[in-house]
Write a protein that binds this ligand. Structure first.
Ligand SMILES: [Zn+2]
Ligand SMILES: [Zn+2]
Length: 350
């Protein structure tokens, strides 16, 4: 097994070779065909999330251990089954659902495994898809993607499901409403497509990068704006006749969430999804006077993954631009993503 691992927090990935793991019990060994490179891989490699004012959420204190193979957007072919693994056959091509919990706690039993306090997330807690092989604990986490290109299919395991689950949390949205999507990176870009498949609403995309705005400019029902422009808030308020019903922050920085709250109408919902970090201060009287809701969304459930794939299989979600590269370019891919050079998703091919 040839993999690219975090060996030391905050340092470049290192190549390691190990004997192939043998699937036990209900486990399935999957031969990786494609692994998407996600912005949270940069945070995981760094070993912490920035809580602002010098405070950090340190992954090692939350159960992460090194060495760790990154890669939570994986697609591959079933290579070997454990003695109790049923429902798939050798050679089946599947997306690996990575947001897996302990399997026996209040959250896991309710189907919200991503809230589990002892998660077993593939590529974040246990070894993931920056490798030629990956172990999946049970066949139920393997999702068919017939007819959907391998390099595109992998992006639904994080970029797609994260966007879908966040968009499910914004309440009743009608044809006259506006959804503002802030940050058109890999997840936000997919969110624009998925929002159009889910809702009959107007969509405004705010991004400071001209290349990302240009990539979405000509899409039907979508208006793009530069949220670094001084008049950007006024521009959205006038385009929406007083504010958007929902704003989704796929960056998760103080400036982007402030923008989202500033362009929201009364009784609106602001959702924070991005993990850029730091702090924001909000005037508390706005919560009652605007009756506003601010909430978070993190990845999604297995059930949401199946619902998203139904939309994709129905042809309702246009493809995210993908940029395949060899697996051995994993570290460079992370650096290019960190430098903001990527429109869509880099996908590693072993
Ligand atoms: Zn991700
Ligand atoms: Zn659990």
């Amino acid at each position: 097994m040839h993999c690219h691992q975090i060996v030391e927090w905050g340092k470049p990935l290192q190549v390691r070779d190990y004997p192939n793991p043998k699937p036990e019990g209900t486990q399935v060994l999957v031969k990786v065909e494609a692994a998407g490179v996600c912005h949270s891989d940069i945070h995981i490699r760094q070993g912490y999330f920035d809580l602002g004012d010098g405070e950090r959420s340190v992954l090692e204190e939350r159960g992460a251990k090194l060495p760790l193979t990154l890669g939570h957007e994986t697609v591959g072919e079933v290579a070997e089954l454990g003695p109790n693994a049923d429902g798939v056959s050798v050679g089946d091509k599947r997306i690996v659902f990575p947001w897996i919990g302990c399997g026996d706690c209040e959250w896991c039993n309710a189907g919200t495994e991503y809230l589990c306090n002892t998660p077993k997330f593939i590529g974040a807690r246990v070894n993931g898809g920056y490798s030629d092989y990956v172990i999946v604990p049970h066949p139920r986490y393997l999702i068919p993607h017939d007819g959907i290109d391998t390099n595109l299919a992998c992006t639904y395991a994080c970029s797609g499901i994260t966007a879908y689950s966040a968009l499910k949390k914004i309440g009743d949205i009608g044809g006259k409403d506006t959804i503002v999507i802030i940050g058109a990176g890999g997840v936000g870009f997919n969110a624009v497509h998925i929002a159009r498949a889910m809702y009959d609403a107007k969509i405004i995309v705010a991004d400071i990068d001209a290349a990302k705005r240009d990539a979405l400019r000509d899409m039907d029902g979508v208006t793009v704006i530069d949220n670094s422009e001084p008049g950007a808030v006024k521009q959205v308020l006038s385009l929406t006749n007083g504010g958007a019903k929902a704003t989704l922050d796929f960056v998760g920085a103080p400036q982007t969430s402030k923008f989202g709250l500033d362009v929201m109408r009364k009784a609106g919902t602001h959702v924070v999804i991005g993990l850029y970090g730091k702090k924001i201060s909000i005037a508390l009287p706005l919560f009652p006077s605007k009756q506003m809701t601010m909430r978070g969304s993190y990845v999604g459930t297995l059930q949401e993954m199946h619902a998203l794939m139904e939309l994709v299989h129905a042809g309702k979600v246009p493809p995210l631009p993908v940029h395949p590269r060899p697996l051995d370019g994993a570290e460079q891919a992370l650096q290019d993503l960190e430098a903001g050079k990527v429109v869509g998703r880099i996908v590693l091919n072993p």
